[in-house]
Design a protein around this ligand. Structure first.
Ligand SMILES: Nc1nc2c(ncn2[C@@H]2O[C@H](COP(=O)(O)OP(=O)(O)OP(=O)(O)O)[C@@H](O)[C@H]2O)c(=O)[nH]1
Ligand SMILES: [Mg+2]
Length: 218
């Protein structure tokens, strides 16, 4: 049977209720938006296939419920996720402050190779802004040097770009791992990735290899 994709990436959307996770997903998945707020119950997912540098990537995107009562479900999904989008609402200070708690969840429950991104949604509502772009950028930098973007599901701003950026990061690390011929769950005693002067230094089970960036991208 012909293969349908080169990679399957599981991506998780997390953040407080009402920040727009479902709206972001529906914008990316179906290019639609609605003002009606129907809070997610439990967890739901959508799949979209994209082409990245000639590789067919199946993105399985899990949309979690931000409401407190559903939080116990989410940790199960962190473990399998290769990418996590941490979403806040730029018009809601509290949703920004609570990012720290979401980062703690990521650190507690997800794998060391997970790629994360912080997204400030609803940037179409500049007149109601409570969190400046600079604060968002600074926060992302200070909390693990994570990638950051302001987006708008409503205005269709940066949504596609955010998913592509995260998928690119996941592709890069997946290529490093598969090139090293390692399974994600076994045989890794310790792996450290450093990008320095365009050189990846990969420490695998005590063996040290240096791989240039050009080598990584076939
Ligand atoms: N102005 C504006 N409103 C948005 C945007 N994204 C979402 N909304 C609105 O915000 C509300 C909440 O959106 P949802 O996508 O349901 O929020 P959620 O994060 O999935 O919430 P839970 O499922 O409860 O966790 C809805 O009324 C959306 O229409 C945006 O980019 N701009
Ligand atoms: Mg939702």
């Amino acid at each position: 049977m012909a293969k349908t994709h080169d990679y399957l990436f599981k991506v998780l959307l997390v953040g407080e209720t009402g920040v727009g996770k479902t709206s972001v997903l529906l914008r990316f998945f179906q290019d639609v938006f609605t003002d009606t707020f129907i809070s997610t119950i439990g967890i739901d997912y959508r799949i979209r296939t994209i082409d990245l540098n000639g590789k067919i990537i199946k993105l399985q995107i899990w949309d979690t419920a931000g409401q407190e009562k559903f939080r116990c479900i989410t940790p199960l999904y962190y473990r399998e996720a290769l990418g996590i989008m941490l979403v806040y609402d730029i018009t809601n200070e509290k949703s920004f402050e609570n990012l720290k708690g979401w980062i703690k969840n990521v650190e507690e429950h997800s794998s060391w190779y997970v790629k994360t991104m912080i997204l400030g949604n609803k940037c179409d509502m500049n007149h109601r802004r409570q969190v400046s772009r600079v604060r968002g950028e600074q926060f992302a930098k200070e909390h693990g040097n994570r990638k950051f973007m302001e987006i708008s599901a409503k205005g269709n701003l940066n949504v596609e770009e955010a998913f592509i950026t995260l998928a690119m990061d996941i592709l890069l690390i997946s290529q490093v791992i598969s090139m090293a011929d390692l399974s994600l769950t076994s045989r890794i005693s310790h792996m450290m990735l450093m990008i320095s002067k365009q050189v990846f230094q990969v420490e695998l089970c005590g063996n040290f290899r240096a791989i240039s960036l050009e080598e990584l991208v076939d």
